[in-house]
Design a protein around this ligand. Structure first.
Ligand SMILES: Cc1cc2nc3c(=O)[nH]c(=O)nc-3n(C[C@H](O)[C@H](O)[C@H](O)COP(=O)(O)OP(=O)(O)OC[C@H]3O[C@@H](n4cnc5c(N)ncnc54)[C@H](O)[C@@H]3O)c2cc1C
Length: 461
């Protein structure tokens, strides 16, 4: 257990460093029984607690509620069972996403959801956030890959939701739990689907003289009936940051946008789709269309994309990785509008997006020691959300609501929509002890002075 202020310092935030809170202690259980014992003690002493995996979350989901106990699951790293015949595995929540795929690769299998943070984030965090990733376009987010969960409920008892064979009976409480952002209990084991490693994988890198034709190429690829495994876009600022970093991938530095398109499946189908994708990109003014020569070059293409946020970390002391979704066809105008609005705030945006899903990540580099700059970042962040919602989009594609966007839920939902979400919450956690104050805004009449919400984390925007 950690309790000294100097030790607690690193737990003040997750990867969204804009928001901070102070826990009173951090504990590191290794078994379900230990999680249950900690939760029961928190109840006895009326302490809020916050589940935490690797702390790579980008919406403040694991930001400490003032005075809480952090239940850090990163030492629960055992792969409990692999069932190759039925293509599933049961793991503890602290297993790192990429480690699971590495572990089952000799069986010709992998775990499909692959957030760009896959080398650090945990399966427990992925379940809580219903995480996406570059391959969401073809394989879906985390939820369809979760068959069953073992949960420690907020009062300390252990329950099992879902079934390993996928035949859920009654209400789908497994589905309710996935994406609940650590507010309904703590995952202590997850049974997840494994899928075969595709027979053939090809990656195509297409560079464009502007973002608009690149976005149009994305819509044209989908309109042709092709569903690439991944369809990712990076703009010129992202390309420059990546190419100046250890993640340099050989992206053309003079391009205004690059598309990274991965196709997988049977050799014949992949070949046909590659030819079609290359044709479509050229028809949309691509400057260069390049197929990865071999697996090594394909991995280099991905290293650049997956390292893009890390590469931007070199540009300024702080990085705000934003996350919102718009209909794919509205991407060009929305990106253009965000760029212009950002210029009005004197801020520069670097765009990386899961273009196939319309999932934008406008990234703002800044220095939070400058309060005036911090205020501009906060206001621009809100404006980006408003622009995306006006265009028919939603608040988050994959990073969740957490603390960051909790109060923006009202941009999309009325009280009549939020109230059933509160019923679900209160059924699991009537004392509001498990990660309180996250994801769902309190009823308007309910202030932070309400004793049931005393633990609500401080928003230090
Ligand atoms: C460089 C970078 C790239 C990223 N790329 C992506 C991406 O492509 N797609 C994507 O979706 N996200 C991405 N993320 C965000 C983040 O990695 C994911 O949200 C991830 O699922 C968080 O996992 P974690 O283990 O770090 O969880 P944490 O950050 O520790 O926690 C996240 C949430 O899960 C809850 N939680 C954690 N463990 C448990 C548990 N055992 N039981 C119940 N609740 C729990 C916490 O309370 C919190 O609400 C990225 C982040 C970074 C820094």
């Amino acid at each position: 257990m950690l309790h000294r202020p100097s030790d607690l310092f690193v737990y003040e935030s997750d990867a969204l460093t804009l928001l901070r809170g102070r826990p009173c202690a951090v504990v590191f259980p290794e078994t379900t029984d230990e999680v249950s014992a900690v939760v029961r003690l928190c109840n006895e002493y009326e302490l809020p607690f916050v589940p935490r995996g690797a702390g790579t979350g980008l919406s403040g989901g694991a930001t400490p509620v003032e005075g809480c106990v952090i239940v850090e699951c990163s030492r629960m790293t055992r792969i409990l069972e692999v069932d190759a015949t039925n293509r599933c595995a049961t793991v503890q929540p602290g297993v790192i996403n990429a480690h699971l795929s590495e572990f089952v690769a000799p069986l010709g299998l992998h775990y499909a959801p692959d957030p760009s943070s896959e080398s650090a984030c945990t399966i427990g965090g992925n379940v809580a956030e219903n995480s996406g990733g570059p391959h969401t376009l073809k394989y879906g987010t985390t939820s369809p890959h979760v068959l069953a969960l073992e949960i420690v409920l907020p009062e300390g008892s252990v329950v099992h939701l879902g079934r390993g064979d996928g035949h859920h009976l009654g209400y789908d409480l497994r589905g309710v739990f996935v994406g609940s952002e650590g507010t309904l209990g703590i995952v202590t084991a997850a049974t997840v689907r494994l899928v075969p490693i595709p027979e053939r994988i090809e990656a195509v890198l297409a560079s464009f003289p502007a973002l608009v034709p690149a976005c149009e190429a994305v819509s044209a690829i989908i309109a042709e009936g092709i569903v690439p495994a991944a369809l990712e876009m990076m703009d010129d600022r992202t390309i420059a940051a990546v190419e100046a970093s250890v993640y340099a991938a050989g992206y053309p530095r003079d391009a205004k946008a690059v598309l990274l398109i991965e196709l997988d499946g049977t050799p014949e189908a992949v070949e046909d789709e590659c030819v079609a994708v290359e044709r479509i990109c050229r028809a949309h003014s691509a400057i260069e269309v390049r197929r990865a020569r071999d697996a090594e070059e394909r991995q280099a293409f991905w290293r650049g994309r997956k390292g893009a946020f890390g590469a931007m970390g070199r540009l300024a002391p702080d990085l705000y990785v934003h996350d919102a979704v718009v209909p794919r066809t509205r991407l060009p105008e929305v990106v253009d509008r965000i760029t212009r609005v950002a210029e009005g705030y004197g801020l520069r945006v670097a765009n990386v997006f899961h273009a196939g899903d319309g999932n934008l990540h406008p990234n703002l580099s800044f220095d939070q020691r400058d309060p005036e700059m911090l205020s501009r970042v906060r206001r621009l962040g809100e404006e980006i959300l408003r622009i995306c919602i006006e265009a028919g989009g939603v608040l988050s594609g994959e990073h969740g609501i957490g603390l960051e966007k909790r109060d923006y839920m009202r941009l999309l939902f009325g009280e009549e929509d939020l109230e059933p979400m509160r019923w679900v919450h209160d059924t699991f956690d009537p004392e509001d002890r498990c990660n309180p104050g996250k994801a769902i805004p309190s009823p308007r009449a309910c202030t932070e002075s309400n004793p049931r919400h005393r633990g609500a984390a401080v928003v230090r925007f």
